[in-house]
Ligand binder design. Structure first.
Ligand SMILES: [Zn+2]
Length: 193
């Protein structure tokens, strides 16, 4: 993904950090998240909003592998969303997390809570390489539902332990439990699954 020039500050910005801002009448501008947040803060009279940009942080998982997390702050009216994600080929991928807070609160405290959440998730592996193929390690799996663009039909691509698992592969893993029952619960990205 090529960098895009922010129409606010003019800074060359990664595509994932560009937000289309505006409306049908005024037209749209491609703004970096900081310029976007400044516009939203002005519109909502949030003079105290700290418009910060957090530097990437490396967090180690349960098998000692380091994951580099990038952050994006988006002010969305009366809430602020803080996203953490890994990048692959310049695009958010792998582990992704979100924490939602109050725009008036200290964003560092929000970041602290998000990092705690990341650490909790990275401390567990739900899949195991035991044997010659990937298997479900215990009896619980947590992950994210993405879209498998390589599939002909609209097919889920699951992201478990930060790795992409095709729907077919996950089906094969489930067959280790043939005849068992299961319970499926779905959570918003900002909730703790
Ligand atoms: Zn900008």
């Amino acid at each position: 993904m090529d960098p895009i020039q922010c129409e606010g500050c003019g800074e060359s910005t990664a595509g994932y950090d560009i937000i289309s801002y505006g409306g049908m009448d005024s037209g749209y501008r491609q703004l970096c998240s900081r310029c976007f947040n400044a516009e939203v803060a002005k519109l909502n009279g949030l003079d105290d909003f700290e418009n910060v940009r957090f530097e990437p942080i490396g967090i180690v998982d349960s098998v000692g592998e380091a994951h580099q997390f990038h952050f994006q702050v988006r002010l969305l009216g009366n809430i602020v969303a803080l996203d953490a994600f890994e990048l692959r080929d310049g695009t958010p991928s792998g582990y992704q997390f979100q924490m939602v807070g109050d725009p008036e609160e200290d964003l560092l405290a929000l970041l602290g809570r998000l990092i705690e959440k990341i650490r909790r998730r990275l401390s567990v592996k739900y899949l195991t390489d035991a044997g010659h193929e990937l298997q479900i390690a215990e009896q619980t799996v947590r992950g994210r539902i993405d879209w498998d663009e390589s599939a002909v039909e609209r097919t889920p691509l699951l992201v478990i332990d930060g790795r992409e698992i095709t729907w077919d592969d996950f089906g094969r893993m489930l067959m280790a439990f043939e005849g068992w029952q299961f319970k499926l619960e779905i959570f918003d990205r900002s909730e703790e699954a």
